[in-house]
Structures are given as C-alpha cells and as structure tokens.
Write a protein that binds this ligand. Structure first.
Ligand SMILES: [Cu+2]
Length: 132
C-alpha cells in the first residue's frame, strides 16, 4: 500500500522538476531575442546610411562621401519620376523609376568614385565617393 502511494508522488515530483527545467530554458531563449534588439538600433540595414534627396530636378546633396559597406538611399521628393544609374564602380546603383516619395537604397561594396545620373533627366547628376 505504501509503495503504491509513493510511486505516483515520486513520478509527480520528477515531472515537476523536469517542468521547471523546461521553463527555465524557455525563459532564457525568450530573453535572447530581446538582447538582439540592440542590433536593430542602426535604423538602416547594416549601418548608418546617407539619404540623398531628388528635389527640383537635382540631387541634394550632389556629392557625398561614404565608407565601403555603407548605404545610400535616394528619395524622390519631386512629382516627376527620377532614377539613379551609376557607373565607375562594380555593381553601381541602378534603380527603377521612382515616383514621389519612393526610395532606392544601394550599398557600396568597394572603394571608388561612382558618378550617376537620372537617365530621364540627364542634367541631373551626382557623385558618390566611397572610401575604404
Ligand atoms: Cu530625373
């Protein structure tokens, strides 16, 4: 009689201990994503970016200097469509036509100087100097 009464009690205790261990693991893995939120602090994807406006048929600022790995985001503030087509570096910026409020982001993969234009308005030109 005593054995029969004890066994279920021991089994319950074992389950409780295991359950406790499981809970601990859950809370520790649950805390990990919270810690990674620091990685989202840089607002862009992977580093401080530079924004170049497209306003009144001109790039502003027209010339910028960034480091390898940094991103440039062009934002069209005109009602007319603009684009960004670069040359002079490998994988230059090449955007679709952007409407009002649309953006295009390009990441500099190597050092060099990229000249770019809006092919719709070839008078619109700019330059990105990428330093090591
Ligand atoms: Cu344009």
């Amino acid at each position: 009689m005593l054995r029969r009464a004890l066994l279920p009690t021991l089994a319950c205790a074992a389950v409780l201990i295991a359950g406790c261990g499981g809970d601990d693991e859950d809370t520790s893995t649950g805390a990990a994503p919270t810690a990674t939120t620091t990685a989202t602090d840089p607002t862009g994807r992977g580093g401080p970016g530079v924004t170049v406006g497209m306003k009144d048929f001109a790039f502003d600022p027209q010339e910028i200097t960034i480091a390898v790995g940094e991103e440039v985001t062009w934002r069209n503030d005109d009602t007319a469509e603009h684009n960004v087509v670069g040359r002079g570096v490998e994988d230059p910026a090449t955007s679709d036509n952007l409407g009002l409020g649309q953006t295009y982001t390009w990441r500099a993969l190597q050092a060099g100087t990229m000249d770019y234009v809006c092919t719709i308005h070839p008078n619109m030109s700019g330059q990105v100097v990428v330093e090591k």
